[in-house]
Design a protein. Structure first.
Lengths: 313, 333
């Protein structure tokens, strides 16, 4: 590779991790290595700041007295004696008690998210097992269909579902929303679980089958326990998707305040001028915290799942 | 997405050309039956909640349906091309299509570039790297509503911290209305440019929010590059930029190509971010936000359906063109 020639600083001088100056001054290699050495920590610091600061700011504003924010918007510190947790009480209290009713929203979000996890696992585990293990008519096409669903413009789906739910009067129903979520995540769930089933040796199941176990027994007693790590990480992933979802919640639930999810509630109240920003920041923390806790608790599992498809190129 | 149309048709369709590869023994019949049984609940849900509704959208797009006359509209309605001619000849739609493209291309590019920089910067182990890695994923996992709300607050011209420090430290003349100003004049080195402020802000948000996705993929790929390549290049005297250009980048290129497709599709379809940040105002109206407005505010279902279909069709064409030019479509999975 002739292109990798450095300027004529001699053959030996450039090697060895950019150690240093050669006799003829700084070589290109030494300069670049120096720049990289300085730049790397700088870049890491900037990226870290950009990723974390908004969330630190969120927590900060949630405990800041409103007048302090308006008086001095630039300050990044709240004296400990001024820490104001009333915002959390306010945002959680029901509307009748002068709050924002987030406790109800949390209940709705939990119901929808946990329901989505339960139902999608119930249908996707057998589905993924079938796609991974069994040869049946239309297997490939079904996989393609699920993949296609994953890339579908949500807004294209929003039109008919909105119309349909309006027509049958199911708008405002959490169950309707839940079914839509299941259909949305079924694709990625089956895809991820199938990848995991594919890594489990078939020989275990064959041994059980020879011992006289039926297909369903094999599935329940052998494959299911072995796939537990993938199922757990997948369940968390689905929970996060359902908890974070916004568009369909907006379309279906916006007219019924008692059915709002946390995401929807925050977005709706953010538009009004009556609710102080600090109170809404408390709402943001409440919305974000469960996700971040779940994420850090399961980070290893999740990043493994998220990049499962990365190695194909 | 080029397979989209094919897949939806095939799902409801008749017998395919696949010949049975082995003899139809009792066991394989049993296997086939069990397989279909196990997969059918998912198929039923997907067909009922995705495939049929999409087919219905196609039907709606050719009818004059409004939210008000919805109850009287049947499956057999009066079909016409009026929605499409209205949509395609309106300047608003074409403008939003251009905005969608600019937003998707720049947002995708930004996310991949930042993700690549992050992956390279965190490539070599250092103290606390695991924690930094996890922290960099925060923008991606955080709920979009919370993220947009924090950004909106930070960028607020009244009490936003960005404007405060911009005016105090960077000497801005006045606070910048990042999310509500269509364009601002920026003077750099004596030259004055007009920049689309709000559009650039939502693009920056998109890059911020999805760079972790690119970062994850590229980190995984980087770990698979054997050290020996770089070692050999180093011994031959290649400088860091040369190793980057001739060793690492070629290794990452296929992953970057896949990322570009995925991010482009998702950004092109993105509704949440722009709706929550600007509501589609100040020159940021992308097609999906426009469809939403037609659907809910105007109650013009026919026009909404037509625009959503045009959006999906253009996406399908763009992605299949890209795949034809740059790669094998199977790898997208």
């Amino acid at each position: 590779m002739t292109t990798t020639q450095t300027r004529p600083t001699g053959t030996a001088g450039a090697g060895g991790g950019g150690a240093a100056r050669t006799r003829r001054g700084w070589s290109r290699d030494a300069v670049e290595n120096g720049v990289v050495r300085v730049l790397r920590p700088l870049v890491v610091a900037v990226l870290l700041f950009a990723s974390v600061f908004p969330f630190v700011y969120m927590i900060l504003l949630s405990v800041k007295p409103l007048d302090a924010l308006l008086r001095d918007p630039g300050s990044l510190w709240v004296p400990l004696d001024q820490v104001n947790l009333d915002t959390y009480a306010n945002v959680l209290r029901s509307v009748e008690d002068g709050g924002q009713g987030f406790l109800v929203f949390i209940g709705n979000s939990l119901l929808v998210a946990l329901g989505t996890v339960a139902l999608s696992m119930l249908v996707a585990i057998p589905g993924a097992y079938a796609v991974s293990r069994l040869e049946f008519f239309g297997r490939r096409r079904i996989s393609a269909l699920f993949l296609a669903v994953y890339f579908f413009p949500a807004i294209l789906l929003a039109v008919p579902l909105f119309v349909f739910f309006t027509r049958i009067g199911l708008r405002g129903s959490l169950v309707g929303l839940l079914v839509v979520y299941v259909a949305q995540v079924a694709a990625v769930t089956i895809y991820m679980l199938r990848n995991y089933f594919d890594t489990i040796p078939v020989s275990l199941e064959e041994a059980a089958a020879i011992d006289g176990a039926t297909r369903l027994q094999v599935m329940r007693k052998i494959a299911l326990p072995l796939a537990m790590p993938a199922i757990v990480s997948n369940g968390l992933f689905v929970f996060m998707i359902a908890w974070n979802e916004f568009l369909f919640a907006l379309l279906f639930l916006v007219e019924r305040r008692d059915r709002w999810t946390v995401s929807l509630g925050l977005s709706q109240l953010a538009g009004s001028i009556e609710v102080p920003t600090t109170v809404l920041m408390a709402g943001s923390v409440i919305l974000t915290l469960p996700i971040i806790v779940l994420f850090f608790a399961s980070e290893r599992l999740l990043t493994g799942g998220l990049t499962a498809g990365a190695e194909k190129g | 997405v080029s397979q989209l149309a094919g897949a939806t048709v095939a799902a409801g369709g008749g017998p395919g050309p696949r010949p049975p590869s082995r003899r139809r023994s009792a066991r394989s019949r049993e296997e086939s039956r069990t397989g279909l049984l196990l997969i059918s609940p998912t198929v039923v849900i997907v067909v009922a909640v995705v495939v049929l509704p999409v087919l219905w959208t196609i039907s709606l797009a050719f009818q004059q349906v409004r939210l008000l006359n919805l109850r009287t509209t049947g499956i057999i309605g009066e079909y016409s091309l009026e929605n499409f001619t209205d949509v395609l000849t309106s300047s608003g739609f074409l403008q939003s299509l251009v905005t969608t493209f600019v937003y998707s291309v720049l947002g995708t590019t930004g996310a991949i570039v930042v993700g690549l920089v992050a992956a390279l910067a965190l490539r070599h182990p250092f103290r606390g790297r695991g924690l930094v890695r996890a922290a960099l994923l925060l923008p991606y996992v955080a709920p979009v509503v919370a993220a947009t709300f924090v950004w909106t607050t930070m960028l607020s011209p009244q009490f936003g911290i960005v404007n405060y420090w911009g005016v105090e430290l960077l000497g801005w003349d006045e606070p910048v209305a990042f999310l509500s100003s269509r364009s601002d004049d920026v003077t750099i080195l004596g030259l004055t440019f007009s920049v689309p402020t709000a559009l650039l802000t939502v693009i920056a948000f998109e890059a911020w929010r999805s760079f972790p996705f690119a970062f994850l993929f590229l980190t995984a790929r980087l770990q698979a590059v054997p050290d020996t390549y770089e070692e050999a290049a180093r011994v031959d005297g290649a400088t860091p930029t040369q190793r980057m250009r001739y060793i690492i980048l070629p290794q990452l290129l296929p992953t970057i190509a896949v990322l570009a497709v995925l991010r482009f599709i998702w950004t092109f379809n993105n509704f949440d971010d722009i709706y929550l940040l600007t509501g589609g105002g100040a020159g940021t109206e992308v097609v999906s936000v426009r469809v939403f407005d037609y659907l809910t505010a105007r109650g013009d279902i026919g026009a909404a359906a037509a625009q959503a279909l045009v959006l999906a069709a253009i996406l399908a064409v763009a992605v299949s063109l890209y795949l034809r030019l740059f790669g094998r479509s199977e790898d997208v999975a």
